[in-house]
Every structure is written in structure tokens, then in C-alpha cells.
Design a binder for this molecule. Sequence first.
Ligand code: PHE
Length: 472
Amino acid sequence: RSDFALKGRAAAKVVILGAGVAGLATAYELGKAGYDCTVLEARDRVGGRNFTIRGGDRVPELDGETQEARFGDGVYFNAGPGRIAQWMVTLDYCRELGIPVEVFVNDNPNAYLFNRGMTTPVRFRQARADTYGYVSELLAKATNAGALDRTVTRSDREVLLDFLSAFGALGDDDVYRASERRGYQTNPGVDAGTLLGPVPSFSETLRYGLGRTVAFPFGYEQAMPMFQPVGGMDAIVNKLADAVGSDRIQVSTRVTKITNLPDGVEVVHSGGSIKADYCVAALPPHILARIPGNLSPQVVGALQSPKPLSAGKIGLEYRRRWWETDDRIFGGITETNLDITHIWYPSYGFNGTRGLVVGYYNLAAAADSYAAMKHVDRRSRAIEQGVHIHGDKYRTELLNSVSIAWRRQPHIEGAWVEWPSYGAAFKLLQEPAGRVYFAGDWLTHLIAWQAGAFDSARKVVTQLHQRVLKEG
Ligand code: PHE
């Protein structure tokens, strides 16, 4: 059952621009309430940024080459969204559409931390144990020395010391030493195992710079458990498109003009034109702002105000799952301050033969520098950096790769946007401009999440439906 439904049926005709998550969700929800919807999509496939790349897929780039993916059977690369938090409405759509989901491993203590200048990577469990240990020891020392007596009462002191002892794995003397928390050199079994050692100094531990990454999985949007659709994120857009009906979705159809009329909207496109009672424009704002028509200068100005941001990813397919067999990393993310920024290990196909690692997922300037290169050069640079972390197998076991630079994706031209402020422009576009409504993650406080696109679509659909019921 659906957690969202429009009350009462209506029969207005609606033209929806863009078959990304927002556009498809709009068509899906309006369709359930009886509306006659047509979706126009400039690209030759639905989904927008929800883009899962498999063997045989082609990946075009603006002013650039077209890559062709050669991944093996069953291997896929979520080039756009890859993870869903448990509170997000995206999971309700997965349930409603019958899409099985599985856990996306967003935090793995066995994954690595690697900073420029390090000779070998350290496991997160070790970096965390040492950092928590030393910080706890320091605070326990200050407490015991009476340095906090003015702020910590005598009775709170014991409670605080108990907490610090547990949090930092301190000894009875409140000193931090190696424990199983850091991990083992040789694992316990019949033999006791040998602890990983030695513990680096306090000063060396500070140089892990854990502050940069430690809080990431504490975030409301990024906390475990997170989820992904089984078989690829595009299940969401494919199921939505099936429910809308392929006869209602026109792909390879570029919008060239949008005109508000007294009694409707006219949309001219590369294959003709269409007149409808209403229009829902679910395109990126910077693309929408360039389409001629009679939207007011204020509306066009508002559309120009959110700035598109860059992000890039590379999918690296390997002939064997060395990160599992050799490194014992089953999903999760390695963090580095090299410009690859993250390495994602796959959360599907565990213990299988081949597998696909995301060799970089970077933003802003780092993403722009990769975007400026040809695919082979992106690959070489990503591999060179990955070798510092994983050694030669990172190069020698590689089978195939595909990269994406979101600023160079035709008809998308950005990973997501940033508003200078959630001010007047943001507010203006929450309301229709005549008979044209706007939808997308960019109109929410959930930018860069499919949940934002869904939420925006629901809002617009509700507004439009109320108007139709009132105006007939
Ligand atoms: N949703 C995207 C991701 O999880 C982008 C994003 C990153 C959004 C971090 C918010 C915080 O990678």
C-alpha cells in the first residue's frame, strides 16, 4: 500500500519535462489519480542522474568522447545515487514498486584511511581506537588532575571516568594501550593471535587527521544501516517508468520552448509540440533557465540562482575480489585526502568472482580536474593513487572501467546544485509560474538525494491537484 495518495480523481492533461526521479514520480502519482500525463525526456533513456551502467551501455559526454562499458554479466556501476538512508521516502517507493533492497555498507572499520605522505594505509578500526584511546586518556588525566573541577562535579567525575575508560579502552591506570580493538597481526583461533602493534605516539595519532572523516557515519543522512536496490539503483526509475507506461514517455525529445497560455501550456520540442492544461518542469534549474518561452524574468533569474556542482566517479571492474580475499574488506569505504577522495567496495556479490570497485568519488575541484581528462587518463590517475593504498594488484587485476563527470553529462550538466541561500528565489519556485510547476531535489532541503526529488514531486502533485479540483 501507498503512503501517499491524492484524494479524488481528476482528468487534466499534464506535460512533464524530464524523466528523472522527480519527473517520473510526478507522472506516477498523477497517473494514479487519473491524470493524462506525457513525459518528455531529452536523453535516450529514463532516469536522469539515477544511472546504473552495465556491459554494453554507452556513456556520452558533452564535448567529449563516448565510452562503452564492457563490464561482465551481473556487474553494475551506480554512477549516480548509490545509497539510501532508512528514513528516506525512497525506501517506501521501493516497497510500493516491489523492488527488493539490501544493505549498503557505508561504514566499515576494516576499510582504510590513507593520507598523502603515509607509507601504508591504516584500518579505520586502528585509527579510531588510537584516537579515541588517546583523547580519553587525555581527558581522564585532566579530570584526575583536577583541571576540570570547576565544571565537573565530584559525583559526575566518576561517571565521566567510567565512560572514558570504556570509550577509549583505557587500563585501570587510565592509560591507553594496544587492545583487540585495534585489530590483530594474526587473527585469534586455536592460537591466541597477535595484536597489531606497536601503538603510534599521541602526536602520530593526531596526524591521522581522523577529524576529517570520523563524523561522516554519524550524520543523519549517512548513518548505517543504509540500503540499495538489489541489482542496481536504476530499478527505481525502471519500475516507475513501467508503472507510468512507456507509451506516455517520449525519450530523445528535447524541449525548445515553454509558453504559458491563458488556458493551458504549450511545449515545443524536437519532435513537434504538445498542449496541456499544466506543465511540471522537472529539469535541472540551470538547463530550464536556458529554454526560451514566456516565463517571467524573475522566474528565470530564480532558476539561474542555484549553482551546479561537480562530482565524478569511476567504476573499476576486477577479475577477482582481492579486497575481500586479501584485505578482508566486505563493502564500505576507504577515505583518503588524495584527489580520488573515496574508494567504495561493492555491497553486492560478496565472495563472488569478479567485482566492481568505485575508484574515485570526488567533488568540486578534484572532480573538475578528472572531468577535464580523457577516460584513459582518469583511469591511470585513479589507478596510480589506488596503488598507494592497495599495491600492484590495483593495476594488474583490472579488467574494465567507465568514468562519469556529471558536469559533462548531456541535458544534466551537474551532479547537484547549491543555493546561495534558501531565500526568495527558492521560495518563488515552490509556487507555479502560471501553469508551470517546478519539481526536483534542487527545490528541497534534500539536495543530492532521490528522497528530495520524491518529496518535491509529491508537493507539486498535491498543489496541482488541489487547483484542478477547485478550478475544474
Ligand atoms: N547523496 C550523495 C551521497 O550520499 C551526496 C551527498 C553526500 C549528500 C554527502 C549529502 C552529504 O554521496
